[in-house]
Design a protein around this ligand. Structure first.
Ligand SMILES: [Zn+2]
Ligand SMILES: [Zn+2]
Length: 354
């Protein structure tokens, strides 16, 4: 019998599948990549070929240009693909539009690379589907018991309440451009907000892409085309990096809000000058992580990016065989945090002077 690491193993470029000779979410250019979702730390340009959902391929195309790889292979959820001596299929991860778990089968074993995932409903993407497996590779971005994400509808209601209390101001919500921004807009619509949502230029392309892939966002207007007065009492969505910069001076007395799982940490909100922290995350919280491990009860759990040790400890205490992977190259939150590509995208947002 082959060892699990003969099927998937950690390498400096990311997780590698020897029987199929491909990498999953490689952090450097490789000959053949399977990509779980479009966040920039998982989906990089320059691979010889990429297998992903059609949504993820579209997101990569929007970010890197249509020629980001010479060979694109679109996979539907559940559709099996033979690569070398391995079989690969994708199952929804509930993280962002098109996000998938990569299910890898070889030598009679099944290993699931979950990428990033969450378990709560998200109107912008297909819900996580648990797949029974021998090895489950889990993220641990919020792998500490302190991270418990509240109901997202109630968080968004706080922003809507602010608009009522301060009709002369606007609420400026910092949200990552891929996934979070579109989820926030959809949650606002579900909360009864039907006025135009004003967006920063850095959001335009991905919002348009989401709409073209069937996610309805309602009326969006670009802040650069708006006069100050019309944005009073309205919601503006912008990349987090735009919150403190000169760009925001054009807005009517913004209430600075930030939608992130990190907003659970008050000090972090205070440091960032966030008046209205919104605890909304596209990652599983502690309860979702631990419930998923118990539900799947695989032979082994491998833990990667984020807070590996506490989750490893918890899994061990709960009778699971577990190991941390210590993979490098993945960001704290989606490659879109202050160190990620959002700074760049905020700066080079077309037509958005500082
Ligand atoms: Zn990630
Ligand atoms: Zn992600």
């Amino acid at each position: 019998m082959k060892a699990f690491t003969d099927i998937v193993c950690p390498t400096p470029k990311g997780l590698y599948c020897p029987p199929g000779d491909f990498y999953i979410d490689p952090t450097r250019a490789t000959e053949r990549a399977v990509v779980t979702h479009g966040h920039s730390d998982h989906a990089r340009a320059g691979h010889g070929s990429v297998l992903a959902t059609k949504e993820t391929l579209a997101i990569m195309g929007a970010r890197y240009g249509a020629d980001f790889t010479p060979s694109q292979q679109a996979a539907r959820y559940g559709e099996k693909h033979r690569i070398g001596d391995a079989t690969v299929w994708l199952s929804p991860a509930g993280h962002v539009l098109g996000s998938a778990q990569a299910v890898i089968e070889a030598h009679g074993r099944r290993i699931v690379v979950s990428g990033d995932y969450k378990r709560r409903p998200d109107p912008t993407c297909a819900p996580f589907e648990p797949v029974s497996c021998d090895v489950f590779i889990t993220e641990a971005t919020f792998g500490l018991p302190v991270f418990r994400h509240p109901d997202d509808g109630k968080e968004v209601a706080k922003a809507l309440h602010m608009l009522e209390v301060f009709p002369e101001r606007c609420v400026l919500i910092g949200a990552y451009a891929l996934g979070k921004a579109q989820r926030i807009i959809t949650l606002l619509r579900q909360g009864g907000y039907d006025a135009p949502v004003y967006i920063h230029g850095a959001m335009e392309k991905l919002c348009a892409l989401y709409e073209s892939l069937g996610v309805e966002l309602g009326e969006l207007r670009l802040t650069k085309d708006a006069v100050k007065g019309e944005m009073m009492g309205k919601v503006i969505v912008a990349p987090p990096s735009a919150l403190g910069d000169r760009w925001s001076r054009r807005l009517p007395e913004p209430v600075n809000a930030f939608a992130s799982g990190w907003m659970r940490v008050r000090a972090r909100a205070r440091q960032g000058g966030i008046e209205l922290p919104l605890v909304i995350s596209d990652h599983a919280d502690w309860d979702e992580l631990t419930a998923t491990l118990l539900e799947l009860s695989p032979q082994e759990v491998w833990v990667t990016h984020g807070r590996e040790e506490p989750l490893v400890h918890w899994a061990g205490l709960n009778g699971l065989k577990v190991r941390p992977l210590h993979l490098a190259g993945y960001d704290e939150e989606d490659g879109e945090g202050p160190q990620g590509d959002n700074l760049k995208s905020a700066e080079d947002a077309a037509g958005e002077p500082a």
